[in-house]
Design a protein around this ligand. Structure first.
Ligand SMILES: [Zn+2]
Length: 255
């Protein structure tokens, strides 16, 4: 009887060695489980916790259904500049632990303005940042957010709540940019979508109408202005702009 017990143990050790492994060799997927079985049901009964990592949707403007953004101004194009600054801004935000969802994967990828908003909505972004460059007799940067609902493609939006939240975001993004760009570029302040060419006609920009997350559009420079163009064409200028916008986004995201 005694001999049989020993041989059974020897058999188990031989063929199921993992059963006899030291207690600290728990498989990784079990190592973090709570020793108290009552803890788990309590946690799952709660509503899903908000994700610890905030998501920002970055939308380098153009090409879209309205404009390719490829008119050469002072030796460059809007679509090229916003893509380059977008990539730098993405890297800066990711370095701060912010998750970034881009609305396009290549500089020349055509994405409609509605789809750009839908990408931000699907990502449940805390904020959508739309990067553009202006063309006018003015110079400097300006920050835009929807200031009234608009209608396009049989859709009316954004909601009053989103208009207000977008304005809060625009003010904070502007505040961060203004601190970083003081003495570098003219500050055009915070403006309503209704002041834009499309927004004046539709009530709001198409990207704002379809957006279910706060949306802020930045005209980073006036590309038709030679001094603004020289600034944003340079690597240092693009980095300065990306850093300024990142500073504004950080102000908005901080608890
Ligand atoms: Zn544009």
């Amino acid at each position: 009887m005694k001999m049989k017990k020993i041989s059974t143990l020897a058999f188990l050790v031989l063929f199921f060695p993992s059963c006899f492994a030291p207690s600290n060799a728990i498989p990784a997927n079990q190592a973090g489980t709570s020793p108290t079985p009552t803890a788990a049901p309590k946690q799952t009964a709660k509503a899903p916790a908000p994700t610890a990592t905030p998501v920002v949707c970055l939308d380098p403007g153009h090409p879209s259904e309205t404009s390719a953004g490829n008119v050469v101004q002072n030796g460059t194009t809007e679509v090229h500049i916003v893509w380059l600054v977008g990539l730098k801004l993405k890297a800066l935000l990711e370095a701060q632990g912010i998750k970034v969802v881009m609305t396009k994967n290549r500089e020349d990828e055509v994405v409609t303005n509605k789809e750009r908003a839908m990408i931000a909505n699907r990502a449940q972004a805390k904020l959508m940042i739309r990067l553009h460059c202006d063309a006018s007799s003015d110079n400097g940067y300006a920050v835009y957010s929807p200031d009234r609902p608009g209608t396009v493609q049989n859709t009316t939006g954004p909601t009053q709540d989103l208009i207000e939240r977008s304005k809060v975001a625009a003010n904070l993004v502007h505040q961060g940019m203004a601190a970083a760009l003081e003495g570098v570029l003219k500050d055009g302040g915070v403006r309503g979508d209704s002041k834009t060419f499309i927004g004046a006609k539709q009530g709001a920009l198409t990207g704002s109408i379809f957006s279910q997350v706060p949306a802020v559009l930045i005209e980073m420079v006036v590309l038709s202005n030679p001094q603004d163009a020289e600034f944003i064409k340079s690597e240092a200028g693009q980095m300065k702009m990306a850093g300024a916008i990142a500073q504004g986004i950080t102000l908005y995201l901080k608890p």
